[in-house]
Design a protein around this ligand. Structure first.
Ligand code: HEC
Length: 287
């Protein structure tokens, strides 16, 4: 009795072991490979929209729609982000109470560096966006942190993007399991369906790029970070990437996350990496 039970248990354990072994190769997720992803991602867009030049991917809907592009060219004779640009430059050059300034917090004194954000901080193990870096700089120098959607933070980003125009995105995913996990989390978020409408980011900005949705032309996901921050007529002011994420989540009737929450930072990291090689066009203007 005892022996036969033991034998049955051993048999079962053996069977389970064999099943695990047999399934192991199929179950293991493929190792993350950001560079292979990026090449495939860019090849998709370049193949489907062969007329778009590399320098134009950062112009969002205007890259794909000639009518909108005409209107935009007219608007750009008096760019609506000029006020924010002037305010951002002034703030950027202001001295904090302790005599230091933003320039002291950034590589190259903060000029021409927007294309390197977000980056993965191997000390803290997290994705640092430009917005986060600006607020950390403020707090380290005794200033209050700013809101992440608009206002002064968007103005500072406006100025920093402007000094970086034409510089191609150069995002790094270091060979660190935490960086790869952040990248994968952003990627998963981008391709996951959500909300009552059950759309993923990719449903609109990959599969339907260039198509019309109500009054809008859907921007292609390639280069989709390059124009930020943007002056959006619907907002009536400058806004950040993170504000746009909130809007696009609400659009499919899903509950948005907080700006600069971990998942939105990972999402920005993934999307920026996908655009490596596409030049910064920001600050931008949108209907
Ligand atoms: C139901 C369709 C839809 C879905 C799903 C959607 N968006 Fe959008 N998105 C829009 C529309 C419409 C606009 C405004 C027109 C445009 O620029 O594409 C927009 C604009 C944007 C822009 C600004 C593009 C620019 O050049 O101004 C970004 C960035 C963006 N979306 C990111 C995302 C992300 C990230 C997700 C997933 C969380 C997402 N969107 C999901 C419809 C969608």
């Amino acid at each position: 009795m005892f022996h036969s039970r033991l034998r049955a248990a051993a048999l079962l354990a053996g069977m389970l072991g064999a099943m695990v072994l047999a399934q192991a190769p199929a179950r293991a997720a493929p190792a993350p490979n950001p560079e292979a992803d990026r090449l495939a991602f860019q090849a998709y867009f370049r193949k489907n929209y062969p007329a778009v030049k590399n320098s134009d991917w950062g112009n969002g809907p205007y890259a794909l729609n000639a009518g909108m592009r005409k209107q935009w060219e007219a608007i750009m004779q008096f760019p609506p982000y000029e006020f924010a640009l002037a305010a951002g430059e002034k703030e950027f050059n202001r001295k904090f109470a302790n005599g230091r300034s933003y320039a002291d917090c950034f590589p190259n004194k903060g000029i021409g560096i927007r294309q390197n954000y977000p980056y993965f901080d191997t000390k803290t193990g997290e994705v640092v966006t430009l917005g986060i870096a600006i607020n950390r700089c403020r707090v380290a120098n005794g200033e209050k942190p700013l809101g992440y959607k608009k206002g002064l933070l968007a103005a500072i980003e406006t100025y920093m993007a402007h000094t970086s125009r034409g510089k191609p995105f150069d995002i790094k995913v270091p060979n660190d399991p935490r960086a790869l996990a952040a990248y994968e989390a952003g990627k998963k978020f981008f391709y996951s369906r959500r909300g009552q409408l059950n759309f993923s980011c990719a449903s609109c900005h990959v599969q339907k790029a260039g198509h019309r949705l109500r009054g809008d032309i859907l921007a292609p996901a390639l280069g989709i970070m390059a124009a930020f921050p943007i002056y959006r007529s619907k907002w009536g002011e400058m806004g950040t990437i993170q504000w746009r994420f909130v809007g696009c989540n609400k659009q499919v009737r899903s509950v948005p996350f907080k700006p600069q929450s971990k998942i939105y930072r990972d999402l920005e990291y993934f999307l920026s990496y996908m655009s490596n090689g596409v030049p910064i066009t920001g600050p931008g203007a949108r209907p």
